[in-house]
Design a protein around this ligand. Structure first.
Ligand SMILES: [Zn+2]
Length: 549
């Protein structure tokens, strides 16, 4: 198996064997250290290794298509309509109380008032996403063996299924062996059970980041009507972080190797959450740039020890008050290795039966997590009133400001100052409560407001880059405004100036351009944007070829 080099930045690459040897040595040397420090160190060390191996992913055996700059090619097809859910703007909650004195409520930090959790991811949309992971988590038969599925409770008697997040390259073959990918029907079944899908770019790389991100969104949408709202950059490619943030993504989960994409973890400017967990009580949810531990791909006994260590590390972390959600990923278990299903099952069992769990962990997907915090952040308490005569505590919540792409609008709240004897909710699908703890869970799904990615305004895209001598002409598909030449780079050359207007711009270079030189535009350094529309910023181009005439 070859490492696939998608990142033109990485001129050095090790073979996979070399990389794994290096990793083995690292783990060996670390195994003598205290376990609590170990994973953190590994996570930080990984970022330095990743740059050496570039995209070292075992299954990324097909490079991105040749890096021509062109406008998108994905066109819409008609997908059967999904149930829109409960589309009402207001949620009216009516709580019957006894022994109440000035009752009040607050939204809980985590859904169901959990105190910790896991956000586990699997990359590249292999068939084993469905045949192993989905079947084991949601219940089904694997290798002739029946698995019951895994649940936790919502703190009020309702069973909630364990969720996983699948990072997908949603082109027709998902970029891997076409015979080894989850089908659209399987993906739709997984979505229906509440699992999350993360944008892993259309072709597992590519130099035009707008195209890589938006084509992925579009093709996922045309097959599923699921709008992806979190990114897992393929490998550690440059450009996904800042471009993703500009395109409305708030969570980007990666290994974040060096050189860091987009300066987000440059010294003194670290926006990263290192340590492979999200501190839920202190996290800035507008920018969740989360490192993720690699659990290992082989799902053998040796790797299982490390995977269990990761669970221990999150569940027994001294920063309990931060309510940590562990973030980890793997490409496995792989469907051609039967025993990997058993090891994976043991891993999930380890979470379920962990002595620090006791039904206190939220096993969630990236989407459920971001939808919960996004709903909570934008919801408005329109009114709340307790009537001592009737014993009714009425709360009206307004969802008007909630991001339209948030579909899971579930909420958990805790009531104090009295005992709950009954709860009714209008504008929601279901409500559960626990009179002992004061917990109320509101279940609401609203798919009616999600923006069709085919109908969305996109930033200007580069149609062509053509060089003649020392002049490079950049043609955009619509008028652009900009003043900073720093955004542009031509390899083995130097940009001396930028001029132009509307759709046509010119770079003046130090030396004549040759065919081997590559074109870069970096969103975080330049200021190119649509004329008269400053929010539509030109996204990163990382190493595109130039037409030399
Ligand atoms: Zn991948």
């Amino acid at each position: 198996m070859e490492a696939c080099i998608l990142n033109p930045f990485s001129s050095i690459s090790l073979s996979l064997q070399e990389a794994f040897l290096f990793f083995d040595e690292l783990q060996l040397s670390l195994s003598i250290q205290k376990k609590s420090n170990m994973l953190n160190i590994i996570t930080r060390a990984v970022k330095y290794i990743v740059v050496l191996v570039s995209s070292h992913i075992p299954y990324c055996n097909q490079p991105a298509p040749s890096a021509t700059i062109a406008i998108d090619t994905v066109s819409a097809i008609t997908v059967p309509k999904l149930d829109p859910g409960d589309t009402s703007r207001f949620v009216n909650i009516e709580i019957d109380m006894q022994k109440a004195q000035h009752p009040s409520f607050a939204f809980t930090d985590l859904p169901y008032d959990k105190t910790k959790g896991m956000m586990l991811m699997k990359d590249d949309a292999l068939r084993s996403d469905y045949t192993f992971v989905f079947k084991i988590l949601s219940g089904g038969t694997v290798n002739g063996k029946r698995y019951p599925g895994f649940t936790f409770t919502d703190g009020a008697g309702k069973e909630i299924g364990y969720k996983y997040s699948f990072a997908i390259n949603p082109n027709e073959g998902h970029t891997t062996d076409i015979n080894n990918v989850s089908s659209w029907a399987q993906i739709n079944e997984m979505i229906a059970k509440g699992h999350g899908f993360m944008n892993h770019s259309f072709f597992h790389g590519g130099t035009d980041k707008l195209k890589a991100i938006k084509d992925a969104e579009k093709n996922m949408w045309r097959h599923t009507h699921y709008r992806m709202t979190e990114i897992a950059p393929p490998g550690n490619d440059e450009g996904y972080v800042e471009s993703g943030l500009a395109l409305g993504y708030h969570m980007i989960a990666s290994e974040f190797g060096e050189p860091v994409p987009d300066g987000n973890n440059s010294p003194g400017n670290e926006n990263m959450s290192w340590g492979s967990y999200i501190p839920m009580t202190t996290q800035n949810f507008k920018k969740v740039l989360i490192s993720r531990t690699n659990l290992g791909d082989q799902w053998n006994r040796e790797e299982l020890k490390n995977a269990k260590d990761f669970i221990d590390y999150v569940f027994t972390n001294p920063n309990k008050d931060k309510k940590l959600i562990g973030a980890a990923f793997s490409h496995g278990p792989f469907g051609d290795k039967k025993e990997q299903a058993d090891v994976f099952f043991e891993f999930i069992n380890y979470i379920k039966n962990h002595p620090e769990n006791h039904d206190s962990a939220w096993i969630t997907s990236s989407k459920d997590l971001m939808d919960y915090v996004g709903t909570k952040a934008e919801i408005v308490i329109a009114s709340q009133h307790y009537d001592a005569k009737t014993g009714k505590f009425k709360i009206v919540l307004d969802m008007k400001k909630v991001n339209p792409n948030i579909t899971n609008r579930n909420l958990s709240l805790k009531v104090q100052g009295g005992e709950i004897v009954g709860v009714k909710a209008q504008g929601a699908k279901e409500v559960t409560f626990n009179s002992k703890t004061g917990l109320i869970n509101i279940y609401k799904t609203d798919r009616s407001k999600v923006v069709d990615p085919f109908k969305e305004a996109l930033p200007p895209q580069i149609v062509s880059t053509t060089a003649s001598g020392k002049t490079l002409t950049i043609t955009y598909d619509k008028p652009v405004a900009q003043s900073k030449a720093e955004g542009y780079e031509v390899t083995e050359n130097k940009v001396l100036g930028l001029k132009g207007n509307g759709k046509i711009w010119q770079l003046t270079l130090e030396r004549p351009v040759t065919k081997s030189q590559l074109f870069y535009y970096r969103i975080q350094r330049g200021d190119a944007r649509q004329a008269n529309q400053s929010t539509l910023r030109v996204c990163t181009y990382a190493g595109s070829p130039i037409k030399v005439i």
